[in-house]
Design a protein around this ligand. Structure first.
Ligand SMILES: [Zn+2]
Length: 290
């Protein structure tokens, strides 16, 4: 029986090759329920989510990894985030109908995707990568190949109930068996999307690599979590500026901020708004004192 919502690393004992398996179930259906996506747009959101979940473990950072694409195509926005506490969230916005044979560049109306690594402490780091071909796995592999990083392969499968991903990475060091990387990758290429979706990590590894020595580590649970808050919504109101916020207040009777990731509503009445703006004035360093 396949366990739900988990991330599991594995290592080949005889070669410097490591891997990871991820399955998103309940946290994925939660995201699906909030989106109005279907077809290829939904698939891409799920695949991107599986990919960042794999990346946050691979990059061994404390913090989060965000993958985003913004463009002028039918799928104008996609943002997914996973953090080292194994929490994920994601959204995509579809503006027009998506054609099945569109390339990713046509679909997003952009040539690039951006990977942001946000460490718990310190400055975020951004990498820009080219959208290649028709699949996200292809684009990610191209990014790893061309950005001076370790050779890495991805297999991603997605439908409405589940997203599954498998990753293999060639570590530095000599392969005692020069053909091991190719052989292991080719074996993983024999996976059907259905197998990837249904099989648990241990049976998947047995099915693919039963002739190799593979060590499977303990699974780590993954959950849906959104980092939005009332405070963050308030600071968003501050960036809008007081006149604009008062305008909305006058028209609507209150100002409501809805988080696109989790649908949480944060409501601000006239007293909240006065308080938000007066606190921000108090927090600013005074220039009149010196
Ligand atoms: Zn939220």
């Amino acid at each position: 029986m396949k366990a739900l919502d988990q991330n599991q690393r594995f290592l080949f004992d005889e070669y410097p090759i490591r891997g990871q398996h991820v399955s998103l179930d309940e946290c994925w259906t939660q995201i699906v329920a909030q989106s109005e996506l279907e077809g290829r747009a939904l698939t891409l959101l799920g695949e991107a989510l599986a990919a960042v979940t794999l990346l946050v473990e691979t990059l061994k950072i404390k913090g989060s990894v965000i993958l985003q694409v913004r463009g002028t195509g039918p799928l104008g926005l996609l943002v997914v985030e996973a953090n080292s506490d194994q929490q994920v969230r994601g959204i995509a916005r579809q503006e027009r109908a998506v054609d099945d044979d569109m390339t990713l560049q046509q679909l997003f109306g952009s040539e690039y995707f951006v990977i942001t690594i946000k460490p718990g402490k310190g400055e975020p780091h951004q990498g820009i990568a080219t959208l290649t071909g028709r699949s996200l796995a292809e684009s990610l592999e191209h990014y790893f190949d061309t950005s001076d990083q370790l050779a890495t392969r991805f297999w991603l499968a997605c439908d409405k109930d589940n997203v599954s991903g498998l990753m293999l990475q060639k570590l530095p060091g000599n392969l005692s068996d020069g053909d091991a990387w190719n052989r292991v990758s080719m074996l993983a290429d024999t996976l059907s999307m259905q197998e990837l979706k249904l099989a648990a990590a241990d049976s998947l590894l047995y099915r693919l690599f039963h002739q190799e020595e593979v060590r499977l580590f303990d699974a780590r649970p993954i959950e849906f979590h959104c980092s939005c808050s009332r405070e963050r919504s308030a600071s968003m109101l501050l960036t809008l500026g007081k006149p604009e916020v008062l305008d909305i207040l006058e028209q609507e009777g209150e100002v409501s901020v809805t988080c696109e990731f989790c649908n949480a509503h944060y409501r601000f009445d006239s007293i909240d708004i006065e308080q938000t703006f007066s606190e921000s004035v108090a927090a600013q360093p005074s220039v009149s004192e010196h």
